[in-house]
Design a protein around this ligand. Structure first.
Ligand code: PMP
Ligand code: GLU
Length: 388
């Protein structure tokens, strides 16, 4: 079959590919330790599951409004007000099949040939692919561990051209865990004043902050509120990766309406049962579990960082958020792809090569797994490096 150019240029998600490969090897009986998946190892909180069961029992199993049931949209609005200090109306919010789908719809609705999208690197693998698929061009701003993996206002200023349509901001970051402070966001916001650049603020790891406070980009100023699209979901905060729930909110109701049109011709509403369950993930009912998981992740982070930094040839910054370590392997090699392939083959440890995130010489290690596995995995990596 003749495929389209646009699908031929799209790459598969490397985070998903490595995780699938690790699962395949495990099914073949290999003792693979997986640190590639970007998902919590905890179960979904009970109160959310109970709400889902009640939705099934009461036949909440039909098509719903494309953009989500009103109760759920109201729960999103209330959450954004309570946690982030943002005021949105019903027509400024849409519910999607995961935040990845929110981003897909956003890019399809706003980016086209000739448009440039600024993406700080290292970045989550999906963004540049979505830019490509919508016909736009990615402009990377490079960061490294010396800059704490954060862009500076000057870097942003230098990257902007008359064709710049959007800036993607991910705080806390996947894959580095970097979190922008209020003053850092204010400084970036100043650079954008007078432009019509959209800010896509991916706040997926909002609830997983270990140091400092989380600030929404849209909360910085009225100017930022008008230009920012806030994207979030429940996959990471309440361990709901498989349920598929995400949302976006924007002051531009026309843009939201356009994505609703796209969704009406593609996926329609998200799973009706997920919608009823998600209300409980948003309304504070699961806050105790969220805090329990955050504490558990923080403990694992501290131990994993200490262990990695004790290995000759490796170094890692302690991330302020999310559940990834972006481990520097430059003292060993710049070629993360070969490194990670051999690590999987020889030591049966799955991590994601940094090259997939736009910055080689690193690998991403997810610490969303139990501490015994983390210890064993780092031990294997240490043994592997000795003979590299
Ligand atoms: N944004 C970031 C930064 C992520 O790491 C993920 C995880 N896959 C997503 C968005 C999408 O999450 P989901 O589609 O499960 O809501
Ligand atoms: N976001 C997660 C990760 O980075 C899940 C996989 C994906 O959607 O790419 O691993």
């Amino acid at each position: 079959m003749q495929l389209t150019d646009r699908i031929n240029t799209l790459s598969e998600s490397i985070t998903i590919a490595v995780t699938a490969l690790a699962q395949e090897l495990r099914a073949q009986g290999k003792d693979v330790l997986g640190f590639s998946a970007g998902e919590p190892d905890f179960g979904t909180p009970r109160i959310i599951k109970v709400a889902a069961i009640a939705a099934i029992e009461s036949d909440k199993t039909r098509y719903t409004a494309v953009d989500g049931i009103p109760e759920l949209k109201q729960a999103v609005i209330d959450k954004l007000k309570r946690d982030n200090g943002l005021s949105y109306e019903m027509n400024q919010v849409i519910v999607n099949n995961g935040a990845k789908h929110s981003l897909f719809n956003l890019f399809q609705a706003t980016i086209q040939a000739g448009d440039e999208v600024i993406i700080p690197a290292p970045y989550w693998v999906t963004y540049p692919e979505l830019v490509k698929y919508s016909g736009g061009t990615t402009i990377e701003i490079m960061t490294d561990d010396a800059s704490g993996f954060k862009i500076t206002p000057q870097q942003l200023r230098d990257a902007i051209t008359p064709r710049t349509k959007m800036l993607v901001l991910t705080t806390p970051s996947n894959p580095t865990g970097a979190v922008y402070s209020r003053s850092e966001l204010e400084a970036l916001a100043d650079v954008l004043i007078g432009t019509d650049i959209i800010v896509a603020s991916d706040e997926m790891y909002e609830k997983l902050v270990y140091k400092g406070e989380f600030i929404s980009a849209a909360a910085i100023s009225e100017d930022m509120f008008q230009r920012t699209v806030t994207i979030n979901g429940l996959s990471k905060s309440v361990a709901m990766t498989g349920w598929r729930f995400g949302y976006m909110a924007s002051a531009d109701a026309e843009m939201i309406k356009a994505t609703k049109k796209l969704q009406s011709q593609s996926t329609s509403n998200i799973n009706s049962i997920t919608q009823y369950a998600a209300i409980k993930g948003l309304d504070g009912s699961a806050d105790d579990e969220i805090e329990m998981m955050r504490q558990a992740f923080m403990k694992r982070r501290d131990e994993a960082v200490e262990r990695f930094n004790a290995v000759d040839g490796l170094s890692v910054l302690s991330p302020d958020g999310a559940f990834y370590l972006y481990v520097n392997i430059k003292a060993v090699t710049d070629d993360s792809l070969t490194f990670c392939k051999r690590l999987l083959e020889e030591k049966e440890v799955a991590v994601v090569p940094g090259v997939g995130f736009g910055l080689d010489g690193y690998f991403r290690f997810s610490f969303a797994t139990d501490i015994e596995k983390i210890r064993e995995g780092i031990g294997r990596i240490e043994a592997f490096i000795k003979n590299y």
